[in-house]
Design a protein. Sequence first.
Length: 223
Amino acid sequence: MTIRPIAYFHSPFASKFGVPKQSSLVDELEGYIEFVADCRNADMLRGIEDFDYLWLVWHFSANPHGATSPLVRPPLLGGNRKVGVFASRSPFRPNALGLSSVRLDRVDYESKNGPVVYVRGADLMDGTPIFDIKPYVALADSHPDARCGFVDTNEIRRLCVDIPEEVGQRFTPRQLVALRKVLELDPRPHYHNGADKIYGMPFMGYDIKFCVDGDRLIVVRCE
């Protein structure tokens, strides 16, 4: 079987640095899906507005290499414990396929390259190839009482974030909330830790420079 992209995702992140490690963690994150020419057909989306959420099947296109080990180190476990690749959502898999649940915001049928699908809460970087889109159906897809392995016993760590007013003024209110929530998740690689190091995260065309001291992340400038 040969699969090819049906669309490409556009997001505030020009690289994978800073992208949330799971969809739906930052609902305010906005992005949109632009279809390739032969899938740019409104009939293919007929009825999609009746769904609140969509599943996106996509390619971990920014990975420099594929799976090299049957074991991986999930960031939620601090990068210290190993689990099997099929017991994780690691991007380093035998087939580099991602699966994300996103909130459908709207569909623009009048856009020059329309229809364009606008979504929120995605964990995809800009330019990510999308292989398929399916509606989220609670009857089949929601299991509220399901056990979730190590996710049940390890809370997501969030930092306190300081954003200077002069930086915040460059963004809309929703973009600023999204930026804050992304930074709260600590974009740094799990093995990095040091108050004297300045990191740079691409966001909305800017380079957000920040440092981390303990549980506090401080934005130092925006370039």
